[in-house]
Structures are given as structure tokens and as C-alpha cells.
Design a binder for this molecule. Sequence first.
Ligand SMILES: Nc1nc2c(c(=O)[nH]1)N[C@H]1C(S)=C(S)[C@@H](COP(=O)(O)O)O[C@H]1N2
Ligand SMILES: [Mo]
Length: 388
Amino acid sequence: MPNEISRRETLRRGLTATGLLAMAVPDWAIPALAQGERAIAFTDVPDTYSPGDTTTRIRSLDIRTIDGPITPRDKFFAIQHYGRPEIAESAHRLKITGLVDKETELSMAELKAMPATELTAGYECSGNSGRIFQGLASNGRWTGVRLSDVLKNIGVKPKAREVIFFGADRKEENVGFRQQTFAVEQQFGRSMSLENAMRPSPLLAYAMNGEPLTKEQGFPLRLVMPGWYGVANVKWLAEIQLQQDRYVGNFQARWYRTMMGEKEGDQVQSVETEVTRMQLKSVVARVSTEGSAHKILGFVLNDGTPLSSVEVKIDDGPWQRADFDPSNTEFSWKLFSFRWEGATPGEHTIVSRATDVDGMVQPVEEDLALKQTFLEHNAQFPRKVMVT
Ligand SMILES: Nc1nc2c(c(=O)[nH]1)N[C@H]1C(S)=C(S)[C@@H](COP(=O)(O)O)O[C@H]1N2
Ligand SMILES: [Mo]
């Protein structure tokens, strides 16, 4: 009875999606450290570790300090290629050019006068990994206008296929062609198909967590592309250009590609893909203790596909299901917690793995052995803690 099966399948998916929200909240699932609760030390993080701040090129999030679903704006990770341009909001214009009915410039006041949407979205830089203790990830509550509304208002010509987002940040770079090298001014740009741009979720965001974007977050305007890796979220957004051809800018066509070997019999073929939707990843972020009980807290990031489970394994023990935080939403990071009973003094290894409703399971390091580039590293991340 194929109908029956597909109905059950639909029910299961529906339940998983809403189940994330409706699940009973264990009292210890609340992320902030309770009275008398203290964090215990990871022995895999050196004492010299520093997450950086706004004076450094990269500010990462010390994930051991996660104390709620939303990352505060002064802790939200920040990374970019060309530095952080200073833009005056009153002078800023968003240009919309190319295959539109009428090329347009919108002021921030005009954008803010349009119906606003709020959406919680978490993302990580595609270069995030255990190398930097998974600190290039955060979760924010964004306010802005839907990209699709802006494009529909302006009118898109039928030939348009590609939507390019340019930041105001520019830099001269050496571009090679055969034996020659040219110094060319490059503007940070990323593109996507018109189909993806017209989805309901992408936002032209001007606020995070109820406050204006900070300079490092792309003040006064940025794209937020829920479910995609950080690089899609173009900051200091200055121009949206629609065209028919694929965009082949540096950060689209040369950077942010993944090369992965795929086995065909004895042969390994290298397959190159674009960095777009986030690959399923979970990370243990914090371990704390209160009396004799221990709690493990972590987060999951993916493209918004509902999750079926996140599990935790301690040393050589079995995989055990963790609980999802009730604050999780479709595009937020998904916090999870696990009550660890009977922790014995000494060093322990803790690892988590997430599974989605399509049966995708977070890979282990060995599964990624054929990956040739470092981006999109979503392997399970075993962590070491010291119980005293
Ligand atoms: N204009 C512009 N936008 C950009 C970048 C950039 O260099 N310039 N870097 C991208 C990358 S690689 C990432 S991971 C995210 C980081 O966003 P955040 O700094 O708000 O965390 O911004 C993206 N948007
Ligand atoms: Mo990134």
C-alpha cells in the first residue's frame, strides 16, 4: 500500500519537525549555567587559545561560553576577506541592476519602510572545524525585508537566471592569466540562482537581536541566506545584479569550492562542487557539573532539514539520545543537551552525531578521507574533558 507508507512518512516528518518545538523541556536543558553549576575543562583546548575580538581579522566564538540560544552581538563570530568598510547609513544605497524592469537604488529608509520579517538563523563559516574549536559559528535573530519581496516589487526580466550580491568591500588583487598577472580591483561578490533568491527565507537584514548590525556584521545591510554556509551572507550589501550567465567572480568560482574524491571501481574521480547549503554537523560545546551530575551541551547546524536525532557517546560507551532545546527553529542552530550520569574522575572523550529525517548521518573523519579541500569539514568532533 504505497499510499499508506507515504502518508506515514509524511506524518513522521511532520511530527519530527513540530516535535522539535513541542518536546517537553527537561529542567536542566536551559543553556545558562544554573546556581551551583560550573563548567568543566576541555583538555583539547590549549590555555593559549584566544577567540579574538574586533581588533583581530577573525573573531571566533568561544563555544564553551554559549549560554543561550541567541549569540550576543558582541560575541557573534566575524570574518571577512577585505577588511570591514565603514559605511554611513544615511548615504548608503542598495543598487539593483541588470535584468530588472527598472534599475533602482534603495535607501535604508526605503528598505525599512517595507514590511519587516524576523527570522532566527545560525550558520558557520565553511572553513570552520576542530582546528579552531568550531568557533566560526553563531546564531542570531535577524530583522529585514524579504529578498523575494524586493525583487518582485522591482520586476525581474524573464531572461534573468543568476543573482549576484556585491559587498561594498573592495581590494586590489593579482589575477593570473597564462604567464601574465594583472592587478585588478575586486569587489566581494557571491551569487545564487534566481530560484534560490526567490525562496521565502533569504532576508536583506539590517538588524540582529533587535539592534542595528554592528560594523563587523555588515552595517548597515547584509544578506542572510538561511541554511547556507557563512559565505553566502554577503555583508555591507551594496548591489544586487541580475544576469543570465553564471557569475565567475573570485569568491564564487575559485574560492569556496569543495574538491572531493569519489570512488568509481578502482578509480578516484575528483568532483568539484560549490559551497552552498550547510552540511549536517553537530558539536559538543560545553560540559558542566552540578553536584554529581554532568551535562553536555552542544549545537547542530544544517540546511534546515528536520533532524531525527542527535546522540552523544562517552568513551567506548553506546550512542545515547540527547534532548533538543525547545527554542530550536527551522534555520536556527539546534541546541541539544544530555545528562551524563556516573562520570568518573579522569579524562573522557565525548563525541556527538546528528541524523536528519532523510537518513543523513554526520560523517566520521575517515568518511571525509577523500576530501581534498578543507572547507565543509563536518566530521564528528571528539572532545576531551577532565572530570575531577
Ligand atoms: N562583503 C562581504 N561579505 C562577507 C564576507 C566578506 O569577506 N565580505 N565574508 C563571508 C564569509 S566567508 C563568512 S563566513 C560570513 C561571516 O559572517 P559574520 O562575520 O557575520 O559571522 O560573512 C560572509 N560575508
Ligand atoms: Mo567563511
